[in-house]
Design a protein. Structure first.
Length: 242
């Protein structure tokens, strides 16, 4: 199927300014279909949203997502955690029984990790993961964990920094736009490595850190406010490595 063309058309339709008289009935239909919690939105008056795209990326009221100051890492998005666990020998789990490689997902290690340039010609998957764990700031053993969070159409779709970290590299993969519904992901090996995605990598207190927005069918755009570049994909999946 021409998923990219379909997605571009859908994105265009979402950006069309709706007549004020039609905003409530159209947006209420969306809310009821996908179970959106309008009471959490900073703007509850549906006539204030010019189109579906504006409602999709609505902001929340202050304080509805309290952050525990004792924790070093929090969820960057609303959504459903599909997987959490350690990377093993350069592979991470997509769903139970299905894995894919870090090198295919993150790309060549031309980025910097803990101020050390990594050779792009990594000889093995195991060595690829080992290079990410280089940590000269602390004499402790580190492990690499990953977390996959699925954002449904009804979820709040802005995303935030999950930790106090420094971004030093950005990479964009202009891949496919396959559906990322959990039922589809369960039967599609290497889906995350095939789909379009934007990868941010850097450092936190314990070494390597990465945050990846993965695109999907029916895309809009993703904008990272500290970055000058906007990418034409919807963030339907968020994966973080730490």
């Amino acid at each position: 199927m021409p998923l990219r063309t379909i997605s571009r058309v859908w994105g265009f339709v979402n950006s069309i300014e709706l007549p004020i008289v039609l905003r409530k009935p159209i947006l209420n239909t969306y809310i009821e279909t996908f179970g959106c919690n309008l009471s959490e939105a900073s703007i509850e008056d549906l006539t204030q949203y010019k189109n579906l795209s504006e409602f999709f990326r609505r902001s929340l009221k202050p304080g509805v997502r309290p952050i525990d100051p004792r924790n070093g890492i929090v969820s960057p998005v609303d959504g459903t955690v599909l997987h959490f666990g350690k990377a093993n020998n350069g592979k991470v789990e997509q769903v139970k029984g299905i894995t894919y490689s870090l090198s295919a997902f993150l790309g060549p290690q031309t980025f910097k990790c803990n101020k050390k340039e990594i050779d792009a010609n990594v000889p093995s998957l195991k060595e690829y993961q080992k290079n990410l764990l280089i940590n000269n700031s602390k004499k402790i053993k580190t492990e690499l964990y990953s977390c996959v969070i699925y954002l449904s159409p009804g979820d709040y779709h802005r995303f935030h920094s999950p930790a106090n970290w420094t971004v030093n590299f950005r990479r964009h993969f202009a891949g496919q736009l396959f559906s990322v519904k959990p039922t589809f992901v369960n039967g599609f090996p290497n889906l995350f490595s095939l789909n379009e995605r934007v990868i941010y990598t850097g450092q936190w207190d314990y070494g390597f850190f990465s945050m990846i927005a993965v695109g999907a069918t029916n895309v809009g755009t993703v904008r990272v406010y500290f970055d000058d570049v906007s990418y034409h994909l919807m963030t339907s999946f968020m994966r973080i490595f730490f």
